[in-house]
Write a protein that binds this ligand. Structure first.
Ligand code: NDP
Length: 400
């Protein structure tokens, strides 16, 4: 068997690290052909030394010469690609059979779409692609006959619990509901009042998962679950009213599929992203992922609670945006990215994040999201509007 070429978009991040860990365990199956980063040149160069890819892409063009210098000093002949176009070229590399889409945020959309258009097997961690541009993304997937495998642990679990031919339609295959589990994040039991003073460090200290900072904040606001509801809608063609969120603090059940005969199938495992990553990398086969076996006696109990949309309004906003359709989820995603970045920079209160998103959604309204230009234009408008709101929120915070 010839090893498959894999390109990792977002190689310097948390999902990137887990992907490269799994790939390194199976050199007979996987050959790293391309790696990308935004501006973490040091880490990208170190990964190139470890994996010797033919290409490395750096999104921030001002970092190009430093990366080239480091690679030359290390005696590597890895070629550097730069800027947003460099990411697209990496996603389209002829030697890449598989593309891991693990850039965080809207910056992941164009390279991920490029991988789909180039007919690659796409492993999708960048949920923001589907939130921003679900209809056109899935249309491209279908038209190109691309294999799209979900990396998000919940969607990977749903994929594992679904019948293989789920794309015939859920009613045809007897699926009644999809249940997405949520850990509830670090503030599951916090009072609404105490959330006002939450710091970025507290928000990023997830009880069960070790992740990048943006998704950690999304988990703390439950926006991550909201984005996942939208992602599940597009991946599995499930109507929003048949997607249920259940808080499950142990993060052992990663999600469930309910059938019309009353059966409910669940996927369980330790909270380690190498499991869904290895599943998608090897699918339909199974490979070792380096994950400790699940010890049910140690877990001992599995708890479930309803998700609180009053304490965590971001979940409600995501359902509402999905219901509104068109560009509403593009706006939701953009405003959320702006608000989360401001919170991480200590310029916005944790509790103000949903306000920025809700006001931006109300101000911009909705239009059909039929092509990439429309999606990009609405993403930009939403960022500008949310950015203007930040000044007002920051002022309120200073005068409070
Ligand atoms: P990280 O923040 O750890 O890593 C993000 C990666 O994206 C880094 O390689 C970063 O480069 C790169 N990047 C950031 N901004 C840009 C940009 N503007 N242009 C190009 N590259 C950029 O994120 P995670 O690994 O946690 O998450 C990645 C994606 O996977 C997200 O969409 C997230 O929602 C999803 N996901 C993550 C999970 C997890 O457990 N971490 C679980 C499920 C889904 P640099 O290092 O140079 O900044």
């Amino acid at each position: 068997m010839m090893p498959q070429g894999i390109a990792v978009l977002g190689a310097t991040g948390s999902i990137g690290a887990s992907t490269l860990d799994v790939a390194a365990r199976h050199p007979e199956r996987f050959r790293v052909v391309g790696l990308s980063a935004h501006r973490d040149v040091e880490r990208l160069a170190a990964l190139c030394e470890q994996h010797s890819p033919a290409f490395a892409a750096i999104a921030d063009e001002s970092c190009t010469s430093e990366l080239e210098m480091r690679l030359a000093t290390a005696g590597l002949d890895t070629r550097v690609l730069a800027g947003p176009q460099g990411l697209v070229e990496l996603a389209e590399l002829p030697d890449a059979d598989v593309v891991m889409a693990a850039i965080v945020g809207a910056a992941g959309l164009e390279p991920t779409l490029a991988a789909v258009r180039a007919g690659k097997r796409v492993l999708l961690a960048n949920k923001e692609s589907l939130v921003m541009a679900g209809p056109l993304f899935m249309r491209e997937v279908r038209e190109r006959g691309v294999t799209l495998l979900p990396i998000d642990s919940e969607h990977n679990a749903v994929f594992q619990c679904m019948p293989r031919d789920f794309d015939r339609g859920l009613d045809q295959v007897g699926v009644s509901r999809v249940l997405l589990t949520a850990s509830g994040g670090p503030f599951r039991e916090a009072s609404v009042d105490s959330l006002e003073a939450v710091t970025p460090e507290q928000a990023c200290a997830h009880p069960n998962w070790s992740m990048g900072r943006k998704i950690s904040v999304d988990s703390a606001t439950l926006m991550n679950k909201g984005l996942e509801v939208i992602e599940a809608h597009w991946l599995f063609d499930v109507p929003p009213e048949r997607i249920e969120v259940v808080v499950h603090p142990q993060s052992v059940i990663h999600s469930l599929v309910a059938y019309t005969d009353g059966s409910v199938l669940a996927q369980l495992g330790n909270p380690d992203m190498r499991t869904p990553i290895a599943h998608a990398m090897a699918w339909p086969e199974r490979i070792e992922a380096g994950v400790a076996p699940l010890d049910l006696l140690e877990v001992a109990r599995l708890d479930f609670q309803a998700a609180d949309k009053v304490q965590f309004p971001c979940l409600r906003l995501a359902y509402d945006a999905l219901g509104a359709g068109g560009t509403a989820t593009t706006v939701l995603n953009a405003a959320n990215e702006v608000a989360v970045a401001a919170f991480l920079d200590d310029c916005l209160a944790f509790t103000a994040i949903p306000g920025v998103i809700e006001e931006t959604l109300a101000a911009l309204g909705v239009a059909p999201a039929e092509d990439l230009d429309t999606v990009v234009a609405w993403d930009q408008q939403a960022r500008q509007h949310a950015g203007r709101l930040l000044t007002r929120y920051a002022h309120r915070r200073r005068t409070a």
